[in-house]
Design a protein around this ligand. Structure first.
Ligand code: ZN
Length: 144
């Protein structure tokens, strides 16, 4: 596919979240968990804010959760022109019970009926594409 994690690193990234992108590239959702106190640390940091440890284990998380909030994009903004054909589309912030309520973002796909805060969703990890600026991505679907 011509994709390589190293070629598509986020400009200005602090690299604490590299494990997130590497796991998505492998088709898995992983978040960092402190090896000192087991606290889920997301967004990623280099050091645990609870116990001070510098060590994290990238841990598999089921890509299922609940809608924490959502927004509908009705305009093809310059920075997301890749999605101009999908406007309007919905972006979710999803709370993951499998990671102590850590929250991740992604676009909603499929039938939108039943979309509400608290609705159950399942994530599907998609490979990098031009539409996602060559990053792997999680797309969410409402659970019926
Ligand atoms: Zn800790």
């Amino acid at each position: 596919m011509g994709y390589s994690f190293e070629q598509h690193k986020i400009i200005g990234a602090i690299e604490a979240d590299d494990g997130f992108w590497r796991a998505l590239e492998d088709g898995r959702l992983q978040l960092p968990r402190c090896t000192g106190c087991n606290h889920w640390t997301w967004p990623a940091h280099h050091r645990c804010g609870h116990c001070g440890s510098w060590d994290f284990a990238w841990t598999d998380v089921e890509p299922q959760g609940t809608v924490f909030t959502h927004t509908r994009t009705r305009y093809a903004f310059d920075r997301v022109l890749e999605r101009k054909d999908e406007v309007p589309y919905v972006t979710l912030v999803v709370e993951l019970p499998g990671a102590d309520g850590a929250r991740v973002m992604g676009v909603l796909t499929g039938d939108e009926s039943g979309l509400a805060i608290g609705a159950q969703v399942r994530g599907h990890i998609r490979p990098p594409s031009a539409k996602t600026k060559h990053y792997p991505a999680i797309e969410w679907e409402l659970v019926r």
